[in-house]
Design a protein around this ligand. Structure first.
Ligand code: PNW
Length: 470
């Protein structure tokens, strides 16, 4: 029996500005921290950058036409902040806004529901030069930018997302340094996390003030599903600590108006959290219309004494600096079994656990899976077609987990496959292909992979077919 999804369930795909647009010097855009970082030798695989990416800035019409052919009913994209506000402050650049207006109009014309992410990691470089996310001022600048976008597109975009994966911005950007701006300072990591939370709260308020009340505001968290390597009390305590640093540090203030108490005690040797000012927690604790969850793989941890000079596998990229402040003694593991090209284990039970956790934690808050997908080593065959059976199996298993969660009472409203197109995979450059659509980076020709056709069938019928037999 095929599994039916609720009527009106959104079948989407997701992308982000720096990963697909290219055209980094056009129409008044200035560098973001990702331009600076990717142009710094040694920061990305092969020194690759988003200068051209998949040229979506010039090909957006064709890309929307492709989405329509595939029958997608929703599309999640992000706005490049430095296209709209090149210095991160002051009035908007009309040509920058016009691009997004044209993109949105094209989507609406094809009956595809836009979901707009304000911040998918491309901070205007000038704001980083002024201190970046560790500084409070950046949160106020974000609120101003949110207000500009809400006024400009609030009449036509209904679904808004403030931040994408603030964990990555803070912990990979300022902790391990594998993401822009590439700093490696544990205190800056926690300061950045708080100011990202504040940006979410101030940004949500700014959006509400600028837009019609019918629009929805959400945030996309890459909440980790943290599991113990063994049931020992030490490993369970490692789970507690990493769960706070990965999840509670964001959903605590955003969904409940408080940081987890034990986060303070766990980090006491590093910080007194005095940058959390009176009133911040109620500012961050804004009513939300939905929660966006991004899921790829579970996180397995154990307590283990630090071995000087030995880098533990953590699945978050290569760095001598741990992204996790005050958790140097926690080890990260990949379980045996199937892995994707990222080296991430394939385990769909994590997605079920994630959805049901937030359903218990915040009953009644609608959930959107704003990212889920996998990188595989896709190559066109002799006839030019691209077969990616591994990706179909990955998507099948994860959508089955979403379906089970819905059967068990979760209110999941939509699913956005990461990603529509092969694209710039951050520090991995173009070496990891997440797309349902293959991109030839020489010619920019797009070829839907078999998974794209498979997904199109799902979007058309709302029914998940049985797993194909081998
Ligand atoms: C997410 N980690 O990134 C992003 O939202 C996308 O832009 C990205 O392309 C996609 O997932 C695939 O990587 C992540 O180290 C990057 O835990 C790193 C981690 C998680 C998510």
């Amino acid at each position: 029996m095929p599994e039916s999804f609720p009527p009106g369930f959104l079948w989407g795909a997701a992308t982000s500005a720096y990963q697909i647009e290219g055209a980094v010097r056009e129409d008044g855009r200035t560098p973001s921290i990702w331009d600076t970082f990717s142009h710094t030798p040694g920061k990305t695989a092969g020194g690759e950058t988003g200068d051209v990416a998949v040229d979506h800035y010039h090909r957006y019409r064709d890309d929307v036409a492709l989405m329509a052919e595939l029958g997608l009913t929703a599309y999640r994209f992000s706005v490049s902040w430095p296209r709209v506000q090149p210095t991160g402050r002051g009035p908007a650049v009309q040509r920058g806004l016009d691009f997004y207006r044209r993109l949105v109009d094209e989507l609406l014309d094809k009956g595809i529901k836009p979901a707009l992410t304000l911040y998918h990691w491309d901070l205007p470089q000038e704001l980083e030069d002024a201190g970046g996310w560790p500084e409070r001022e950046t949160a106020y600048r974000f609120a101003e930018y949110a207000h500009i976008m809400g006024e400009a597109l609030g009449d036509r975009v209904e679904q808004w997302i403030t931040l994408n994966e603030p964990w990555c911005s803070a912990f990979l950007g300022y902790g391990s340094g594998v993401h822009a701006p590439g700093r490696t300072d544990p205190l800056s990591t926690l300061r950045a996390a708080h100011h990202l939370n504040l940006a979410h709260g101030l940004g949500t308020k700014a959006l509400r003030a600028a837009m019609p009340a019918r629009n929805t505001v959400a945030v996309s968290l890459n909440s980790s599903v943290v599991r113990p390597l063994s049931p020992s009390p030490e490993d369970l305590d490692a789970v507690r600590r990493i769960d706070n640093l990965a999840n509670g540090i964001f959903h605590g203030p955003m969904l409940h108006g408080a940081y987890p108490q034990d986060l303070f005690t766990d980090t006491v040797r590093l910080t007194d959290w005095s940058y959390v000012q009176d009133g911040d927690l109620s500012t961050i604790h804004q009513p939300l219309d939905a929660l966006g969850l991004n899921y790829y793989t579970p996180t397995v941890v154990s307590a283990s004494p630090a071995v000087p000079g030995v880098r533990r596998l953590d699945g978050h990229g290569a760095s001598d600096h741990s992204p996790w402040p005050c958790a140097d003694d926690v080890a990260f593991h990949q379980l045996p079994g199937e892995r994707t090209e990222m080296g991430w284990s394939v385990d769909a039970t994590g997605l079920y656990d994630l959805i049901t956790r937030y359903t218990r934690d915040r009953p009644g808050l609608p959930i959107h899976i704003t990212e889920n997908g996998a990188a595989y080593d896709d190559k066109p065959g002799a006839d030019g077609t691209v077969h990616d059976p591994d990706r179909i199996r990955y998507l099948q298993a994860h959508l089955d987990a979403v379906h089970r969660a819905v059967q068990d009472g979760a209110d999941v409203r939509g699913y956005y496959l990461w990603s529509l197109l092969d694209n710039f995979e951050w520090s991995y450059g173009y070496s990891k292909r997440f797309g349902a659509v293959y991109v030839d980076y020489e010619t920019q020709v797009r070829t839907p992979k078999s998974s794209a056709y498979w997904y199109a069938g799902l979007a058309r019928t709302g029914e998940l077919p049985q797993a194909p037999t081998a």
